[in-house]
Design a protein around this ligand. Structure first.
Ligand code: SF4
Ligand code: SF4
Length: 191
């Protein structure tokens, strides 16, 4: 029916209006319409919203056990794929003869910076990384007065332990850990 969408929308608006008043909530309950407590805002920053696991802001680099054991091998795929080009990688690290240096059996970046002031939180860097080395963080309280000092995250600032990832995104971390364990098993010749 023509106009039914408009009427439905007006119904939602009217219900929300009623929910904001105690008498309105009583009316809705009497009419058998489920009503919320009418609160749509919180007293931020005293109160913080509990974000959904899939909430994402800027990326971080993950390490296992110690920061020297970072998963990033400096392949630079994420740097090439990042739409606003806000990832800057120097590396992989090399010795004086130009041979790649390794830490925990892997090459590693000398520098890894993300300019969070232009990152658009698209997650493409996460999706293209073949090494499960970069994931989206949920930290959003990052405002600063200076453009470069605080908003360009260097390697030290980007590195976070695997336990942190398990804590903020348990479902995704579980899938990633299972994938890495299967890969390791295959590499050890057990699968
Ligand atoms: S984060 Fe992943 S894709 Fe980016 S350089 Fe490191 S290993 Fe490569
Ligand atoms: S989330 Fe998107 S914009 Fe941000 S660093 Fe990753 S690829 Fe670049």
């Amino acid at each position: 029916m023509i106009g039914s969408g408009v009427l439905r929308g007006m119904g939602v608006t009217f219900k929300t209006f009623l929910e904001t008043y105690p008498w309105g909530r009583v009316l809705l309950r009497v009419a058998g319409v489920p009503a919320t407590n009418g609160l749509v805002t919180i007293q931020y920053p005293d109160e913080k919203q509990q974000h959904h696991e899939r909430f994402r802001y800027f990326p971080f680099l993950i390490y296992d056990k110690t920061p020297e054991n970072l998963r990033c091998v400096a392949c630079k795929i994420c740097e090439q794929e990042c739409p606003p080009a806000c990832i800057h990688i120097v590396g992989p690290a090399k010795d004086e003869q130009g041979r790649p240096l390794k830490a925990h059996g892997r090459t590693y970046p000398v520098e890894f910076d993300i300019d969070t002031s232009i990152c658009m939180s698209c997650r493409i860097c996460v999706d293209v990384c073949p090494f499960d080395a970069i994931f989206m963080d949920n930290q959003y309280e990052l405002s600063a007065h200076d453009r470069y000092g605080s908003m360009v995250f260097d390697k030290a600032k980007l590195l976070k332990p695997a336990e942190y990832f398990q804590q903020i995104k348990p479902t995704e971390a579980k899938t990633v850990d299972a994938r890495l364990a299967a890969k390791q098993k295959k590499a050890d010749g057990l699968a």
